[in-house]
Design a protein around this ligand. Structure first.
Ligand code: ADP
Length: 522
């Protein structure tokens, strides 16, 4: 853990909003800070405090205090506040979009889509959450003398650790789910893109949500680890790399702390010869290059049936020619990448692929004319599973295309990965597509589409294999933020009766129960 020490001279939050007080409080006590850059221009945006473990703990205790008041509110009252935030975000979306673009280098359209998906998710949580988290009747089964139901209790304080690729949705979605279930939240946004989360906190304050229910800490792994290891956080939600996810899962395991992990992916796209080829091609390009390919469910491996392989590649080239990349003033389709380290990973995958015989049909070069982290979207062919580009998460504007001969081979190739986040199947035969979906090891499947599953809030999202643990979105995601309590109660006619299996035991009772067991289950 190598946090650089630096004197904090400016109030960095004021760079985001000059009128508002700094949401990162007690600035005067901060001794160390880190810098944040705009990746499209490589200019410095600001500096923020590197929270120490002690400083993180102070925020956790504030959230713990606020949780007493917050959890006492009804689901309806909580929903009302979430809607306040939704409205505020929708009405001030340009302010948020500019903040997102500034620190990620993504296009305005990608940022707008992020805002849209976030709003849709808040709406789902607030509206459907009232029913999903309400007490729910369950069957007593054979015990007709019992009434049963389930309660959903808050965990307490939820620690959220969020990444840099979608700094709004991957922060706000866990926050909203956690709050709706009666928890309060301490979030540590990525050190690369912290201002979006600070802007969300500012929106909380400006929209008039209950004070203290959201706390933000800034910094790097020390601050993240402090959230995970604190005895006062009761659940962790982490989105990021599989490597860091494993460290966090291990730490949570030792404390028996519930954890939701949204990790990496290497999503396959299977295109059969009866697919709508133009749509498949355009889906592959958008799914691979949107957000500069820095999406956990971006298309990275494209498997195309041999009979249409050549046609697919020539259509890819044709459609590729329509894609514009550049700075936000040009309103491009592809923006800059976000993280210098990610650029290095992408380049190392290209180098490895070229050395092993792959070649580029289009793109793949660093655009040196631009100042920022711009990398031409790439289409790579001649690839195989021995190459990093087909086995490790590339997380850049790239798709690799390989041909297959049979359905069995396509399924084998798609499943031949340590990841299992999402996959897409392209064919006009929907019966076949549904049957193949059953055989693909991935948490989400899109048929004749890509990425759309994430934009649908009722669908649970999460991975098989090394892509994660647990689910976000849908009722599964919302209930992950609650502890489940089962309640059993005697019906009125049973209030004063003993149960058959209570003391004293006797041969006669044993014989009754024994006969009943045989009658019911034998
Ligand atoms: P990336 O390399 O793409 O930034 P990471 O998985 O390393 O992805 O980081 C995602 C988030 O996890 C960031 O907010 C980062 O600061 C945080 N983080 C990194 N290491 C740890 C750790 N050991 N414990 C808790 N959080 C961590």
């Amino acid at each position: 853990m190598n946090q650089k020490s630096k004197k904090s001279k400016t109030n960095p939050v004021s760079l985001v909003n000059k009128q508002k007080p700094n949401p990162v409080t007690k600035q005067k006590r901060m001794t160390a800070s880190f810098e944040i850059f705009n990746p499209a221009t490589l200019t410095k945006i600001g500096e923020l405090p590197l929270y120490t473990a002690e400083m993180v703990e102070e925020k956790i205790l504030l959230a713990k205090q606020a949780q007493i008041i917050w959890s006492a509110k009804s689901l309806r009252e909580r929903a009302k506040e979430l809607i306040l935030f939704r409205k505020f975000l929708a009405n001030n979306k340009e302010e948020m979009i500019s903040c997102i673009c500034n620190e990620t280098g993504k296009t305005k359209m990608d940022a707008l889509l992020e805002v849209f998906t976030t709003l849709e998710s808040i709406d789902y949580v607030a509206n459907k959450g009232i029913k999903i988290l309400a007490s729910e009747k369950r069957s007593g089964g054979l015990m007709i003398q019992k009434k049963c139901y389930v309660n959903y209790h808050a965990h307490g304080v939820v620690g959220v650790i969020s990444p840099w690729n979608y700094p709004l949705i991957l922060s706000v979605t866990p926050i909203m789910n956690a709050l709706m279930a009666g928890n309060t939240v301490v979030i540590k946004p990525s050190e690369v893109t912290p201002y979006t989360t600070l802007k969300a906190l500012e929106f909380f304050q400006r929209a008039g949500l209950t004070n203290g229910i959201l706390q933000v800490v800034t910094g790097k792994e020390i601050a993240g680890a402090a959230l995970v290891n604190s005895p006062n956080t009761n659940m962790i939600c982490f989105t990021g790399s599989t490597a860091t996810g494993k460290i966090i899962a291990e730490a949570c395991g030792k404390m028996l702390k519930p954890v939701v992990l949204e990790l990496g992916g290497k999503d396959p796209m299977i295109v059969f010869k009866d697919a709508d080829l133009r749509r498949a091609v355009r889906g592959a390009l958008w799914g691979g290059f949107a957000n500069a390919g820095q999406t956990c469910i971006s298309v990275e491996r494209v498997y195309v049936e041999k009979a249409i392989y050549n046609e697919f590649i020539s259509l890819l080239k044709e459609e590729y020619g329509k894609i514009k990349q550049g700075s936000k003033e040009e309103f491009p389709s592809v923006g800059s990448m976000t993280l210098p380290r990610q650029v290095e990973i992408v380049e190392s995958h290209y180098k490895d692929a070229k050395a092993k015989g792959a070649f580029f049909v289009a793109g793949g070069k660093r655009i040196l004319a631009e100042k920022g982290l711009f990398h031409e979207p790439a289409i790579v062919i001649g690839v195989n599973h021995e190459m990093k580009i087909m086995s490790e998460e590339t997380f850049g504007p790239e798709i690799s295309v390989m041909e297959f001969n049979s359905e069995e081979e396509a399924i084998y190739l798609a499943n031949n990965s340590e990841y299992g986040l999402s996959a897409s199947i392209w064919t006009s035969d929907s019966t076949r597509a549904k049957s193949i979906a059953q055989k693909i090891q991935a948490g989400s499947i899109c048929i004749n589409d890509v990425v759309a599953n994430y934009m649908i809030s009722d669908l649970p999202f999460g991975g098989f294999k090394k892509s994660g643990l647990g689910r976000v979105h849908g009722k599964e995601g919302l209930r992950a933020y609650a502890q489940i309590q089962a309640v059993t109660i005697n019906r009125w006619f049973w209030r004063f009766s003993d149960e058959l299996w209570w003391f004293p035991y006797s041969k006669k009772i044993y014989s009754y129960v024994s006969r009943a067991v045989k009658f019911l289950f034998g």
